[in-house]
Design a protein around this ligand. Structure first.
Ligand code: SF4
Length: 442
């Protein structure tokens, strides 16, 4: 390409903040930009304008988003803002009156119009080829598959329904078509995401849609069965603990989808759960987990919890620690409660002091580490499938079926030659630490 031609191609820089759902939005926007002939600039200097995809979930994330916008303005000057914080344009304008445009989450058309206005596309069908599977920000061997947007629940600490609206499910045919395309492009692991994965299809009456001569139903169990037939690993994230979640455990036991359930319980004290406006029968939850494990002994459970929710007493906190130990929750994320602007829980009395939250968080993480260590110790001697993520100086590093990328543990492998990222190999576990494993070739 000549210098003049190279210079004439409009270039957009992308700053992507937030959760995997925001990452999927960034991927969609990048795919659209590339399809229209824009180039993605690796730094501020080389960009004609910068697009900041923001997160607005917690106050700390909002602040991080506002700082990222400020940095992009200082470094480049031309900035368009999208994503969750874009749902509150007044907050952005107050700090950064010079942003060119602000659009909310999933407003792909508005983002594209704002880009067109600030930086018109230069169309060249020979240069604008985009891989059929779109552009991925995750490594090629795994991909996030977003099945719906929004949420019909109203957990008192959460502003996602305010930012992203009620549940809107994608038709099953669209989800299947995207999943198949990803798998045929080399993706080995599909990470199913949404705000509320187990509610999939509720808003559209579990409608069926047609794809490749077959009807597909937009329902949690059906989707798991259908995705399980594609020959890739299928990992379920953000599964709200509705009773019908029990139905997918046999699919995990049969190896159709991974024996992995990311199910945010948030707390274990009935009183705190009630104040959170979430299902509050935690005794039942422990019995349920035991039943899941009796049906699928290999099941790994990942969950997230909040400590220091308004009104949480030491007794409530002890119930949470007991639940962690009894439920043997394999993997956890723990957040100190934040009094997020616009969240209903902000109005609650008996806010927990910051030093108490901090102290509980450390105690919780200690228990979580002990449970993780105990769980991993039981795996030593077992054989397991491992997906290779990278090869470093010491050899391959991968993840077992019990570990999701970025958030869970890793397994260091010995004795494997000629493997590459994306390969799935069988290994024997020979050592276990607090969070990670060591395995060897069989
Ligand atoms: S289920 Fe999740 S996304 Fe929905 S309101 Fe509760 S915490 Fe927010």
């Amino acid at each position: 390409m000549t210098d003049a031609l190279e210079k004439s191609i409009p270039k957009v820089g992308i700053v992507s903040l937030g959760c995997p759902k925001a990452l999927v939005d960034s991927e969609r926007i990048i795919t659209r930009l590339r399809a229209e002939g824009y180039q993605i600039a690796p730094d501020y200097d080389g960009a004609d304008l910068v697009l900041v995809n923001t997160c607005g979930f917690l106050d700390s994330a909002r602040e991080e988003s506002l700082e990222a916008i400020g940095e992009a303005i200082a470094e480049n000057g031309k900035v368009i803002v999208t994503g969750c914080l874009g749902a509150e344009p007044e907050v952005i304008r107050e700090r950064h009156p010079n942003v060119l445009a602000i659009t909310g989450p999933q407003q792909y058309e508005s983002v594209m119009s704002a880009v067109h206005e600030a930086l018109p596309p230069r169309h060249d069908p020979f240069l604008d080829l985009v891989p059929d599977s779109g552009v991925k920000l995750t490594p090629r061997h795994y991909a996030y598959l977003k099945i719906s947007e929004g949420c019909n629940n109203r957990c008192s600490f959460c502003i996602i329904p305010k930012l992203r609206g009620d549940l809107v499910s994608r038709p099953a045919a669209h989800v299947m078509a995207e999943a198949e395309k990803l798998v045929s492009a080399g993706v080995k692991e599909l990470l199913v995401i949404s705000q509320d994965t187990s509610a999939y299809g509720l808003d559209i009456g579990y409608a069926t849609s047609r794809w490749k001569e077959r009807e597909y139903r937009a329902k949690f169990l059906d989707l798991c069965q259908d995705l399980g037939r594609l020959g890739a690993w299928v990992r379920l994230h953000y599964v709200y603990p509705y009773p019908h979640v029990d139905e997918v455990i046999p699919l995990m036991a049969e190896g159709k989808i991974l024996p992995y359930l990311d199910i945010p319980f948030q707390h274990a004290s009935p009183k705190v759960l009630k104040a959170m406006r979430r299902p509050a029968n935690q005794e039942k939850q422990t019995a349920r987990i035991a039943k899941w494990r009796s049906e699928c002994p290999d099941l790994a459970i990942r969950s997230t919890f909040i400590v220091g929710f308004p009104g949480e007493t030491e007794e409530d906190f002890q119930l949470l620690l007991d639940f962690m130990r009894e439920g043997q929750i394999d993997r956890v994320g723990c957040f100190k409660y934040e009094n997020v602007v616009h969240a209903a829980s902000r109005e609650l009395d008996h806010q927990v002091p910051e030093d108490v939250k901090e102290e509980r968080w450390h105690r919780f993480m200690e228990v979580a580490r002990d449970v993780s260590e105990q769980r991993l110790a039981t795996k030593v001697g077992k054989q397991v499938d491992v997906i290779i993520d990278e090869i470093d100086d010491e050899g391959p590093i991968g993840r077992t079926v019990w570990d999701a990328p970025d958030v869970d543990g890793a397994i260091e492998l010995h004795g494997f030659k000629k493997v590459k990222p994306g390969d799935i190999v069988r290994a024997r576990i020979v050592e276990a630490g607090d969070y990670d494993l060591v395995g060897e070739a069989i």
